[in-house]
Design a protein around this ligand. Sequence first.
Ligand SMILES: [Ca+2]
Length: 347
Amino acid sequence: MTLHKALSTLCLLGGSLLQGASGANPSVEAFVQRMVERHHFEALPLTALLQQAQPQERARDLVKPPALPVQKNWQVYRSRFIEPHRIKAGIAFWRGHRDTLARAHRDYGVPEEIIVGILGVETIYGRNTGTFPVLDTLITLSFNYPEAPNKAGRSALFLQELEAYLVWCRDSRQDPHHWRGSYTGAMGLPQFLPSSIQKWAVDFDGDGRIDLQGSPADAIGSVANYLKAHGWEPGKPVDLPLRGNLEAAAARADGVPELGPSLGELRKSGMLVPQGSQSPETRVMLVDLPSPDRPTEFRIGFRNFQVLTLYNRSFFYATAVSDLGKAVKARMKSPRRVKIRHRQGKP
Ligand SMILES: [Ca+2]
């Protein structure tokens, strides 16, 4: 059956293709055509699947840009993640999966505390993996994204994720209605989007399938594989505190997660970088972590810090991963002596 006939048939059956989650959007037809041509989907069942989706209004609300600019607040952000309950959960996770974490470290070169940091920040080790139906959410955001300056680009990205999701479900023989995830369709302990699952998820418990929701081992291996594939440098640092001439640091910090100045250049500008084994030629980034009513905190971000920003493009995110990992690791080593620093901040 041709696509045109399939669509006509649906209309004759009383269906209204361009309603519901897929919205009044002619790109539905183009998408079905693409899935037929690229991936050999059948037009009629796919069209019906799209048509039957339940609109996810809450996901639409959550992806909207805030009405007013939000003031960045590192102290508040940090206190959400580096706190006693999450650290305790991290210790339990590390103890429960010690061998798997060590194997991931050996196989991929990514240390345990970084994997523990990511899974803790993302979902508290699987406690908060999201309740949005992934299929309906991706359909809603692909075809009925809310009005926003970046609507076209975001819709296109979600359309790619929908494509990846449908292909992944078909190829791994999974019901596309089964999965739940975040309001953007990210799934499992590490909150991978479908395209990331396709490219970087691994079967790390050897049961022949990839399950980032039900298998902590698969989640651990997949995070390590993702970081390795994005350029993780084994044995190298992630971030270090920066002191000294912070005015010079503020002038050079541009908020862009790209490597720029060398360590030697920063030292010449009066910034105090802790001595380590890094050569003065090592290129780094200046990480600024502002909070209202107090001086901005600065750190040096190395290549591995940049790799963390490729998981989530945010200085706050990457620093929280690093700090949570360090906090859990410290407690693993000496549980009695290390006190948890818990700062309070205004929301
Ligand atoms: Ca598996």
